[in-house]
Every structure is written in C-alpha cells, then in structure tokens.
Design a protein around this ligand. Structure first.
Ligand code: SAJ
Length: 407
C-alpha cells in the first residue's frame, strides 16, 4: 500500500492515478476540510480530466484521511515555499511530513519525496532528521526523490506520458520505485542519485524561466523602438535552431516563478543569468502598468475605475492564482497607494482575495472603457464580439479585433 502525504495540486492527481492503476492507495492530508471534501466525492480544484480520474480511483478503493498510515511506501508531496528574503527553499513542510512518517512507519520503509526541493535539501535537512529519530538510512529507511513534471492544465495526460526522474541512494530501491511509477507512467523513467534528481528538477524550470525572460526582455526592446515583437519572434523561430517563447504580463504559478530562486539563493555568486532573468520576469507587471498608463493618457482616460483586467489566474484555463501577474500588478498598485483596477476571471470567484473583482462578465465590461487581457482563457476566445468598441491592451497577442494595443 502507498500512503501519499499531501493532497494538493500534485499529490492528489498522483494518488488518483496510482489508485486507478491497481495500486492500493491511502491519501493523507492534515487539512480536515480538504479530506472531508474528497470523502464527500468532490475534487478540490479544477483540472481537465480530474473528475473522471477521481471517480475511477474511488471505484478502485482509494481512501482519504488525516492520519498517517503504517506501510512500506510513502510519497511526500507537500508544498516547498521559498524565503522571499534569502531566496532559499524553506523545507519545513517536507521535514515535518518526513518526521510524521517516521512516527508510524515500519523498518525498511521507503520515503519518496516528490515536492520540488533545491539541490542538497535531502542531505542538509532530511537525512539529519531521519538519523536523529534513530533510523539508519539505507537499512531502516530508504530515501528517494522523484520530482514531478506535470503542467497544470494538462496534468492527467502528462502524468501518463511524461518521462520521469528517480533519485535514490541505492539502485535496487530506485528500481522498485520505478516499478511503482511504471504502473501508470508510459514515459521513460531514469534512475539516478538523489542530488542529480534534485538539480534536474530545478534546472528544468529555470531553463523555462530564463527563456521566458528573454522573450519579455525582447518585448521591452521592441516597444522602445515601436517594433512588433510577435512578428520578430515568429520570423526568428523560422530559423532551424531558434525557438523563442512568448512575452507576457509576467510569470506566475508556484514553479517557474519560484524554483529558479533556489539556485540564486544557494549560488549567489554563480547564478547571474538566472538572477537577472528572474528580476526581468518579476518586473514585467510594472512594464504592463506603465503601458496601461501610456494608453490611458493617449485616450484621455483619467479614472482608473474605467480600466479592467481580464484574468486573475496565473495562466489560461486553470483556477490557480498563486503568484499570478494580475495579483502582482494589483499589489504594486496598492503599494503605491493607487486604487486597484477592476478585475474579472471566469475561473476565480473568491471575492475575499480582491476588493475590485467583478463576478459577472457583462457587468465587468459595462463598467469599463479599457480592457487589459492578462490571461488568454478559452472563455475570452468565445467572446470577442463583446469586446468590440473597447480600448484593448492584449498582453498575449490573441485578440483578432482591429486597433488592439500590445505590450
Ligand atoms: N509564460 C510566458 N510565456 C511563455 C510561457 C509561459 O509568459 O511562453 C508564463 C505563463 O503565462 C505562466 C508562467 O509563465 O504565468 C508559467 O507557466 P508555464 O505554463 O510555463 O509553466 P507551469 O508553471 O504551469 O508549469 C511548469 C512546467 N515546467 C516546465 O515546463 C519546464 C511543468 O512541467 C512543471 O511540472 C511545473 O512547472 C512544476 O510543478 O514544476
């Protein structure tokens, strides 16, 4: 039996996937409300295919509880936040989960950490805890790091098809855990050591962050000379060895806007390109605010209540608002004592987070003259007609209407 610890964005789909592929799974989370929701037969966030997967897993006998189980395999997928000041990973949740596992696990159990951690976290923080509890690593307890790679919005498909990495001290244990993941994963699974696995995960997200930063920087260079950045990227990408990503209003989510900072925090003298890239991405919402101001001036709009942000989530077609560029922008406005712009999102209606959020799309549009496309939800693609007559700043180059402004 596998006990999955932490039933969030990664732990829940992983537990469901294993259960629906014939593994006996019990999911544990300290959040009683979340466990009650799952036990009532409801999923806790929106994701394509998640409800179907949930129903299959329930049929196959998955159980959810707040209690840690006595078993031979644990998968830890709890949050790994970073300290905003030092930029270092804060392993407190991972360490706490491992300590709780150690209270109940039998000798010989394997603890798989799926949470993203910076290189060296298992050596620095997890091993000492295990040893302090009187366990001998490699004999009484086996440690494994199996970082996830799935992308919100396409999680179910990617869980099934992505290649994976498994880091273990001992090849035999690595291969045992590989077999467990092979129960559902059709991709290639590489077994390596723990430090390499930790590093690969962070490097993958850093690679993407640096490439998005390059696109964002290009958007500013092109804006300076009034050039069309999208046309330039399109042409450059016709070169056989060039593949530039797309500029946008900033970078959100709990991965690409966070993980690269781990390298900056741990290697401040070495991670120079990464540091600059993260600063570039973090400054993108300010660039968008300046662009909004420019366009407002051009059209004589003086009241920022007449401007609205379409999209609050960190990217399209998900309901996750963590580190979202829209929230970053509203926060910058507040810090400058400015009244936040109006906002609307078809995926997010928790009014407690934002003061100026409008819950109805038509009401949102009726109250504004200018709309800023912050997120390219499919919902918008079906509603272009309604935007006719508005001044539009399109931060994603998706709007087919005439006279649209870009970043
Ligand atoms: N973005 C751009 N321009 C682009 C692509 C993305 O501005 O060309 C923005 C998005 O709008 C969003 C942010 O970047 O705000 C991040 O979105 P994303 O879709 O690039 O990635 P995430 O954070 O949803 O998921 C990433 C994935 N990592 C990589 O692609 C290397 C996923 O595979 C990881 O599992 C996930 O991080 C994670 O959990 O680490």
């Amino acid at each position: 039996m596998v006990n999955v610890i932490g039933l969030g964005y990664i732990g829940l789909p992983t537990a469901l996937m294993m259960a629906s592929h014939g593994i006996e799974v019990i999911g544990t989370d300290f959040n009683k409300e979340l466990v009650a929701t799952l036990n009532a037969g409801k999923t806790t966030f929106k994701e394509d295919g998640l409800v179907g997967l949930f129903n299959e897993a329930v049929k196959s006998g998955i159980r959810f509880t707040t209690e840690y189980q006595k078993t031979d395999t644990y998968i830890v997928s709890v949050p790994s936040p970073y300290d905003k000041f030092s930029k270092k990973v804060d392993p407190c949740y991972v360490v706490a989960a491992v300590k709780d596992v150690l209270r109940v696990c039998p000798k010989g159990a394997t603890i798989v950490v799926e949470s993203t951690i910076s290189p060296g976290t298992i050596d620095k923080f997890v091993r000492p805890e295990v040893e302090a509890c009187g366990f001998r690593i490699g004999e009484d307890i086996h440690l494994v790091h199996a970082p996830e790679r799935i992308i919100p919005g396409n999680m179910v498909y990617e869980l099934l098809h992505n290649n994976r990495t498994i880091g273990a001290d001992n090849r035999e244990i690595g291969e045992q855990i590989m077999k467990l993941y092979k129960s559902f994963c059709q991709g290639e699974i590489v077994v390596t050591d723990i430090r390499t696995a930790e590093m690969t995960k962070v490097v993958e997200n850093t690679y993407r962050a640096v490439n998005i930063a390059f696109a964002n920087e290009l958007s500013r260079i092109c804006r300076h000379d009034n050039l069309d950045v999208y046309e330039i990227i399109k042409i450059c990408n016709m070169h056989p060895r060039v593949n530039i990503l797309q500029p946008g209003p900033g970078v959100g989510g709990h991965c690409i806007s966070v993980d690269p900072w781990f390298l900056v925090g741990d290697y401040p003298q070495l991670a120079k390109v990464i540091d600059e890239s993260m600063k570039t991405n973090d400054a993108q919402p300010i660039f968008v605010l300046e662009r909004i101001h420019e366009i407002m001036e051009k059209h004589g709009i003086t009241d920022n209540r007449r401007v609205g942000l379409y999209g609050i989530t960190y990217k399209e077609n998900v309901d996750d608002v963590r580190e979202s560029p829209t929230l970053q922008m509203i926060d910058i406005q507040k810090r400058h004592l400015a009244r936040p712009l109006k906002s609307y999102d078809p995926f997010f209606n928790d009014k407690s987070v934002l003061d100026n959020q409008v819950l109805d799309f038509d009401e949102f549009l009726d109250g504004i003259d200018m709309v800023v496309i912050m997120v390219k939800h499919d919902h918008l693609m079906q509603n272009w007609e309604k935007l006719k007559g508005k001044i539009i700043l399109d931060c994603h180059n998706v709007c087919p209407l005439e006279g649209v402004y870009h970043i």
